[in-house]
Design a protein around this ligand. Sequence first.
Ligand SMILES: [Ca+2]
Length: 78
Amino acid sequence: MIKLLILIAFLIFFSPAMAQQQACDPSYPTGEKGEKICIPPSPPDLDCQDISYRRFKVLSPDPHRFDRDKDGIGCEQD
Ligand SMILES: [Ca+2]
């Protein structure tokens, strides 16, 4: 019983930190070479100048509008 309480306390303590770490927008799953990337969801609205990724894959609905010409590639240019 005590072990269960410790486990629950552990989960409550660590879940906000884990949620923060997983806050990646699903519209931007992979980079130019297929590597996993993480761009935080909107808001705040980010622009290409705010992130270091270039030519990454963009899926609908593209909340940050990184792919303005809608060809599925975000931030082709600065
Ligand atoms: Ca584009």
